[in-house]
Design a protein around this ligand. Structure first.
Ligand code: GLY
Length: 301
């Protein structure tokens, strides 16, 4: 069993590092408890992601960046490596935990990808309670949005804080989960990489799984998560796969602001980022818990 999480590639203010790592640790423990209890990789990545969606410092669920209309618009993807399956949602505005809706869609809808009002109608059909958009807005994000509105020369910060998880369970199944509020001050209706199968996440029990983070436009162009799993399938380690796939994006796009986490079918872990930070949390081969704000990461003991 293995579990690795990211909390979003980007520049994280130093003052926030202890709280970010504490949130990552809590999410890791929640996901790990699922795996230790015999739960599935799917349930582990969902549970870990819910903790990060509910945490105000991460750009997912509560605490998401606001779009240019001052609204939270969220995207999420869950992937199931048993049969290369996925569920995805985009531009949802009233769902507290988008990753749960993505899983319900994969397992119940007969379809795979829903957007906006249609996704929210399904949420109600599946018994999820819709929440007011404003209940997902933190005071910090509201102040930042107002500052951008009233200051024409306000700098829109690079994104950070998309969350993701990849797990290998006790019976060898692999799953990934990725959830985001998208980039700061994005145009209403803009959708990034996260819900795009193979870009925001990917898993295949035969080889491994990955979850990406960073500037979605660049991740989509390189189908980053699938790139990483394809490299593992070709025989390289999860670390080499993550590093070389991120390097390839950087070779084509200067300063691409991307990051990715991965694990292979034997549970070996990998992670890489081109940004100042990418908080990650992972359980090593000995079952010990680790967190770090930036790579290169000593992922294996
Ligand atoms: N990676 C998140 C986004 O660009 O929307």
């Amino acid at each position: 069993m293995r579990l690795i999480l990211h909390g979003g590639a980007g520049p994280w203010e130093k003052d926030n590092h202890p709280q970010v790592l504490d949130g990552m640790k809590r999410a890791l423990i929640a996901g790990w408890e699922v795996l230790r209890g015999g739960g599935s990789a799917l349930s582990a990545v969902e549970q870990a992601t819910i903790i990060l969606e509910d945490h105000p410092l991460f750009d997912a669920g509560f605490g998401s960046f606001l779009n240019d209309m001052g609204e939270v618009e969220m995207d999420a993807l869950i992937t199931d490596g048993r049969n290369r399956d996925f569920g995805a949602i985009a531009a949802v505005m009233q769902v507290k935990n988008p990753i749960t809706l993505a899983r319900l869609i994969m397992q119940n809808s007969g379809h795979r990808f829903f957007v906006g009002a249609g996704a929210e109608k399904l949420a109600v059909d599946y018994g999820l309670r819709l929440v007011p958009n404003v209940s997902l807005v933190t005071e910090e994000e509201f102040i930042a949005f107002q500052h951008r509105l009233t200051n024409a020369d306000a700098v829109i910060p690079p994104g950070r804080g998309t969350v993701g998880a990849v797990a290998l369970d006790s019976v060898g199944h692999i799953a990934s989960a990725t959830s985001t509020g998208g980039s700061p001050h994005k145009k209403k209706g803009r959708v990034g990489d996260v819900p795009i199968y193979g870009a925001g996440g990917y898993s295949d029990d035969r080889y491994g799984g990955a979850s990406s983070t960073g500037l979605g436009e660049n991740i989509m162009r390189h189908v980053l998560s699938k790139q990483v799993v394809d490299r593992i399938a070709a025989g390289v380690s999860a670390t080499e796969a993550a590093v070389s796939a991120a390097e390839e994006v950087a070779a084509h796009i200067p300063d691409p602001e991307v990051g990715v986490i991965a694990l292979d079918a034997d549970g070996r872990l990998g992670a890489s980022h081109t940004t100042a930070h990418m908080p990650i949390a992972w359980i090593d081969a000995a079952g010990d818990l680790h967190t770090a704000m930036t790579g290169p990461y000593p992922l294996e003991a």
